[in-house]
Ligand binder design. Structure first.
Ligand code: HEC
Ligand code: HEC
Length: 322
């Protein structure tokens, strides 16, 4: 373990407790440890890293993914080019220090592998990997390595890194207040902003381009391209919080609150796969136990808007969708 990194992370966690919500992006470590662990642990770290970079095409996970994005599409690369080391909301640095952690959504204490699987069902629009498989262990091993040397920081409220937890909570609350007041005019403004600030990379039709990931819709084969309506990104408040922190790429923190809110009002009003928890579970004899007290959950674009008291038809005006 690297002493500089340990000092750095202790300083970051110290700052976090001192300043709470006002943690500066520059205070957050943005690199993995410099050397891979030896032997089999090192092999699993590297395998996990490869899966996070190529989730939808990696032989061990491609059949479990129902869209065309990767873990690193949202858990961004930091200065070292590794998935999940970016300083914005969604960093994996510190994540492993928080687990096992309570999750309100599942109403259970979740392991890191459980938490990873939730992103498979939602953000990846896919199915939960089996916990005992090499792929599942490898992803957890890589994410754990990113916290090597950091202090444990168990979270009784949210299953996430101490470097994410307060930022998520504070910003989700702020954007919920803003989104509840949204009108068709905000949607139109969101479209305009999307076309000027985002479409150059993600495409005017949201389908992505080259290495720039898709944000909504289907491809010519009828396959969904991006996250489904059970994903954090599809919630009008959390999506805005993530985008304000991370986008446009390399310019995180530049969008004003109302801009981030309007852009995600527009993006999340476009077609995204319906979420049905049951579809995310493999047959019971294959998957084994599902660590959740909530066994039924469904969302659509319509219900996600309703959650904020909004009528999707009124918001989209004559751009109606099903
Ligand atoms: C479309 C964006 C997106 C993709 C792709 C995605 N995630 Fe996430 N992930 C999120 C969001 C948003 C959260 C936080 C949601 C919340 O707390 O409500 C999150 C949280 C997590 C957490 C908790 C970490 C923390 O410190 O907050 C883990 C672990 C995680 N994701 C793993 C993965 C893995 C592994 C993959 C790939 C299989 C993946 N995610 C793909 C958006 C995404
Ligand atoms: C310079 C190119 C660029 C611009 C401009 C840009 N993005 Fe991104 N965006 C990316 C890249 C690249 C990723 C994925 C990171 C990776 O794969 O390493 C990403 C990821 C995302 C994701 C999560 C992944 C997904 O597919 O859902 C969302 C949401 C997103 N961007 C929204 C936006 C919004 C909204 C804007 C405008 C405010 C924007 N982006 C502007 C390049 C860009």
């Amino acid at each position: 373990m690297n002493l500089n990194r340990l000092t750095y992370s202790l300083v970051a966690v110290g700052l976090l407790s001192m300043f709470g919500n006002n943690l500066m992006a520059s205070d957050i470590p943005t690199a993995a440890p410099k050397v891979y662990p030896e032997g089999e642990v090192g092999r699993m770290v590297k395998l996990g890293e490869a899966i996070l970079n190529k989730t939808d095409t990696h032989p061990l996970t491609k059949d479990l993914v129902g869209d065309k994005i990767q873990c690193k599409s949202c858990h961004l690369k930091g200065n070292d080019g590794k998935p999940g080391t970016g300083s914005g909301i969604g960093t994996f640095i510190g994540t492993a220090t928080a687990f096992p952690a309570y999750s309100k959504r599942e109403k259970t204490v979740q392991s890191l592998q459980d938490r990873i699987n939730n992103c498979f069902m939602r953000s990846m629009n896919g199915k939960r990997p089996i916990i005992d498989t090499e792929a599942s262990v490898a992803m957890a091993t890589y994410i754990t390595w990113l916290s090597d040397g950091m202090k444990m920081h168990m979270d009784t409220k949210r299953p996430c890194s101490p470097l994410n937890s307060k930022r998520w909570a504070k910003n989700a609350k702020k954007f919920a207040g803003i989104q509840k007041k949204a009108t068709h005019a905000n949607y139109m403004n969101g479209q305009k902003l999307f076309e000027t600030k985002c479409a150059s990379c993600h495409g005017k039709n949201g389908a992505g381009m080259g290495t720039f990931p898709p944000l909504w819709g289907k491809n010519a084969k009828g396959e969904w391209l991006a996250y489904n309506t059970g994903a954090g990104m599809s919630k009008l408040n959390k999506g805005a919080a993530w985008v304000q922190s991370n986008m446009p790429l390399g310019q995180g923190g530049t969008l004003k609150d109302q801009e981030a809110a309007d852009i995600m009002l527009y993006v999340d009003a476009q077609p995204h796969a319906k979420f049905d928890l049951k579809k995310g579970l493999l047959p019971k004899e294959q998957m084994g136990y599902y660590n959740s007290k909530v066994l039924k959950e469904k969302h659509s674009v319509r219900s996600n808007f309703k959650q904020f008291g909004l009528d999707i038809d009124k918001i989209r005006g004559d751009h109606k969708i099903k």
